[in-house]
Design a protein around this ligand. Structure first.
Ligand code: NAP
Length: 526
């Protein structure tokens, strides 16, 4: 959005430094023809010139003749814009506008020396336009149109599929983008489907929010570094994290870094799906059934972990045995033959974190006394895993009935599972304590699920204390346990290992766990 000439030129220089190939100047409110010519001539990157009127979501509220004569001027300089963006509606509304625009852009009947290409564009800030394909046809049919551009507000992740279709079946270079929180895949995967370009906003100065010119645009750094734009190609396999919300998920940072480190042809996206099963089912079905997407796997988080098992069951997929008993899954793998496999990498990650902390193999867990604090989703997976390997598990929970329910679900496992009141924790003689409550999690850094009066003599050298919380990396529980000489394990270990197991299931390659740890550490410290 150009406000002043020098400001626009310095932002364009920044865009070039951040990796942009082309810059779009929105001159909606910067309408002095001489200054616009200067802007184009001094631009550090080839440019798209756009003066978007209010009736198409922009800020220009002057008359059409003035706007068109601005374009004429802008294209008269020694250096011309690479592209001029004109709305399809404006182009078709007036023969005069059409004629004037045609005088300054390149097309088969053009006699003047110009290479400025015409982008005919159409935007809908509410929904997918009902006449989407008529609009495309009208753009394609006009000989002056070099690029077809469509952007509409996505109402769900399913809208992206149509954007991919539009881009794939192009007759002219095409841009089709979905706006809003559900539109990210259309922006990142534009290259996979052969779009001419995608838009990104500048990275803001530290502490400031990005200022996108359309809702849902990633920043240049997100696009280039996080989503690895330069590596995306038609064969790229697509993965993602499904949840609601997923905005703050660390998983895209981990898995994309893993793809980068191992040279794997994949990209991992944030995929928000509203909580209801019907949304989950409809979205996953459309993404799985759209074969050109090469959609190969998902991390699934709250509130969809139960939904994943139901979906895979309905689609006659396979569910890992213990995952079936746990009743929730966090990983979907789409095999080469298209069949589905659901598993829970949380319990395996927790088991491996503890075994490594103790320097033992899983067989060594047999007969060990393990205290689990909490009886929610994380506790369920962990109780199942330890009981399966023959440990005696005591579930301490604020609500005793919930602990009892959980215990009764896994008593027939391998080890013994019992429930106890939280107050009984002080009498515990367990060798391992695992916190599966959110007590002590950011921002409540001074809280602990085991204050002095509750832990009796539990904390002593040799005892293992594992906190599933990963933000902060070292909770008060872990600090106090470490001071008492216990072996401590952070939730970062479990988080990294559950991601590593997913990565290995999807790619068949060893996960670069040290890179995963470093990514998590950096993200949590910033
Ligand atoms: P959840 O299903 O909501 O269960 C939370 C449990 O904590 C419940 O049993 C609840 O007791 C108990 N609880 C909550 N607040 C409490 C309090 N103030 N005092 C005592 N008990 C309390 O949550 P979840 O999905 O299991 O997640 C729990 C923790 O696991 C989270 O902190 C999360 O960060 C962590 N986690 C970590 C990883 C990882 O990869 N590191 C993965 C998954 C989860 P009631 O039954 O009485 O309500």
């Amino acid at each position: 959005m150009v406000q002043r000439l020098e400001q626009a030129l310095s932002l364009a220089t920044l865009a070039a430094e951040q990796g942009a190939d082309l810059v779009e100047y929105r001159i909606d409110t910067f309408t002095d023809p001489k200054r616009v010519v200067e802007l184009v001539e001094r631009s550090p990157l080839p440019c798209i010139l756009t003066c978007r009127p209010t009736w198409e979501g922009g800020f220009y509220d002057g008359d059409e003749q003035t706007r068109i004569s601005l374009f004429e001027h802008a294209c008269m300089g020694v250096r011309k814009p690479a592209y001029l963006d004109v709305e399809l509606a404006a182009f078709h509304r007036s023969a005069n506008i059409k004629q004037k625009v045609k005088l300054v852009v390149d097309h088969p009947a053009q006699v003047r020396p110009t290479d400025t290409g015409l982008i005919l564009s159409s935007h809908d800030f509410e929904k997918r336009p009902v006449d989407l394909y008529q609009r495309i046809e009208a753009m394609v049919a006009d000989p002056a149109c070099r690029v077809v551009k469509l952007a509409w507000q996505a109402r769900s992740l399913r809208d992206n599929i149509e954007a991919f279709e539009v881009v794939s079946h192009q007759y002219k270079p095409t841009i089709a983008l979905c706006m809003g929180e559900w539109g990210l895949p259309s922006r990142v995967l534009a290259k996979k489907f052969g779009a001419l370009l995608t838009f990104a906003t500048l990275d803001p100065p530290a502490g400031r929010a990005p200022e996108p010119t359309a809702p849902g645009q990633p920043t240049v750094t997100e696009l280039k570094r996080l989503y690895r734009w330069d590596k995306i190609q038609p064969t790229t396999r697509v993965f993602g994290v499904v949840g609601h919300p997923v905005g703050h998920s660390l998983s895209p940072h981990i898995h994309n870094a893993g793809f980068d480190a191992t040279g794997y042809d994949g990209v991992y996206l944030k995929l928000p799906i509203p909580p209801e099963y019907e949304h989950f089912k409809a979205t996953l079905a459309s993404w799985l059934d759209y074969k050109p997407l090469n959609f190969r796997g998902l991390s699934v988080t709250i509130p969809h972990k139960d939904n994943l098992l139901r979906f895979v069951t309905e689609r006659s997929g396979e569910i890992e045995e213990l995952t079936q008993r746990i009743g929730t899954a966090n990983t979907l793998t789409v095999r080469d033959d298209g069949s589905l496999y659901a598993s829970n990498t949380d319990y395996a990650a927790a088991l491996d974190s503890v075994c490594e902390g103790m320097g033992i193999q899983r067989e060594g867990l047999k007969g060990m006394r393990v205290a689990v604090l909490g009886a929610g989703g994380a506790a369920r997976a962990i109780v199942a895993g330890f009981a399966h390997h023959g440990a005696t598990v005591v579930i301490y929970n604020r609500t005793l009935e919930r602990a009892q329910e959980l215990a009764s679900a896994f008593t027939s496992g391998g080890g013994k599972v019992v429930a106890a009141r939280l107050e009984k924790l002080c009498d515990s003689c367990c060798q391992v304590f695992i916190n599966c409550t959110p007590v002590g999690m950011h921002p409540n850094l001074d809280d602990t699920p085991m204050p002095t009066e509750m832990r009796g003599n539990s904390f002593r050298p040799g005892v293992v204390v594992f906190d599933t919380i990963y933000n902060p990396m070292t909770t008060r529980l872990l600090r106090e346990a470490s001071q008492a000489g216990c072996v401590t394990i952070s939730g970062v270990e479990m988080f990294v290992r559950q991601a590593a197991l997913q990565f290995e299931l999807w790619t068949g390659r060893e996960a670069p766990v040290d890179i995963f740890r470093e990514v998590v550490r950096k993200r949590l410290l910033t």
